[in-house]
Design a protein around this ligand. Structure first.
Ligand code: FAD
Length: 294
């Protein structure tokens, strides 16, 4: 099923992101993670893609196929383009179709440090256009509620989303954020600019300090006072920090869906026990929303 159709059937969609094991680890090290996440019955699971066409890229196809075939859960295979030629992308698309995978998350990927991409594509918009031309895959793409790290201008960020939609993207997943207020401002801009595609809010349960330092570098998300206080208070107590991080993410989700946000995408970090705690808390709320008439 195309991801956009999930939003026709449900008021609120819940999805997970997983990443393939590093090439130095066996692929089956992630099988238990998938098994435990599948029990939580997400509407779909997306599988990240190592940029640069590395071995993890084949694993994206393989794991997406496993999720769909073995667990009957819809899937999105992430696909980056910055280091790929059109032929590389065509080959991956053919592999995805051969495995009955119906959706991709079309991404540029991070530009290599040497700035020589060696590929045919400069931006995700180029990839969206190309995939739309050569296939009938469902196309999702990324969006950045607080701007992209290379360009924090929110008006331009919204223009890029509109361009992506006009090129053929029909669903978006947001970068992680910790301030729901920032997300609501972003959604206001989305409505004002007549962007109609469903957008899922990306939620990352923060369960250790190292994760946060990495996120500051990668996401450029702002950290509300309450969030920073939690980290400071519990940084030397891993169990307390994990529990507080889970509670923070759970509160974020309940606030978002209660305010009409249509999709939650949980960055699981391949930690099913964290996803399980969150899903157990939010399930009655999602069930009630999905049963309601309005
Ligand atoms: P783009 O949308 O192309 O944007 C990149 C930059 O260029 C932005 O600053 C934008 O403002 C600007 N821009 C975009 N289009 C144009 C245009 N037409 N003209 C001029 N400027 C333009 N990375 C991975 O390697 N693997 C993954 O699996 C992966 N999954 C992700 C999933 C999500 C939900 C998100 C939010 C990110 C993910 N990333 C992943 C990270 C992503 O690759 C980086 O954030 C990357 O730097 C940008 O990719 P993009 O597709 O958003 O790029």
């Amino acid at each position: 099923m195309k991801i956009k159709n999930l939003f026709e059937d449900k008021k609120v969609v819940l999805s997970f992101e997983i990443f393939p094991p590093k090439p130095t680890s066996k692929i089956d090290t992630v099988y238990n993670t998938i098994e435990e996440l599948a029990v939580l019955k997400p509407d779909f699971i997306s599988v990240t893609y190592g940029s640069g066409g590395s071995m993890t890229s084949n694993r994206t196809v393989e794991l997406s196929s496993l999720i769909k075939e073995k667990y009957d859960i819809e899937t999105i295979a992430h696909l980056t383009c910055i280091s790929s030629t059109q032929d590389d992308i065509k080959k991956t698309i053919d592999e995805l179709k051969a495995k009955n995978i119906e959706n991709i998350l079309a991404l540029r990927g991070d530009v290599p440090i040497d700035k020589v991409s060696g590929g045919s594509f400069n931006y995700a918009t180029d990839l969206i256009k190309y995939v739309k031309d050569i296939s009938d895959l469902g196309i999702s793409s990324a969006c950045y509620p607080e701007g992209h790290i290379e360009n924090k201008n929110l008006d331009e960020s919204i223009k890029i989303i509109k361009m992506k939609e006009d090129m053929g993207a029909e669903h978006f997943i947001s970068q992680m954020f910790f301030s729901n207020d920032a997300y609501y401002d972003f959604m206001n801009r989305i409505y004002r600019n007549n962007i109609k595609s469903p957008i899922e809010a990306g939620i990352m349960p923060v369960t250790n300090r190292k994760q946060i330092e990495r996120m500051v570098q990668l996401s450029g998300a702002s950290f509300p006072y309450k969030f920073l206080k939690i980290i400071d208070k519990y940084e030397n107590s891993p169990e307390a920090l994990e529990q507080a991080g889970i509670s923070y993410a759970t509160e974020q989700i309940i606030d978002l869906v209660s305010s009409g946000i249509r999709g939650i995408h949980l960055y699981t970090m391949n930690k099913p026990h964290v996803a399980k705690k969150i899903v157990e808390s939010i399930k009655p709320i999602l069930d009630a929303l999905n049963r309601s008439e309005n």
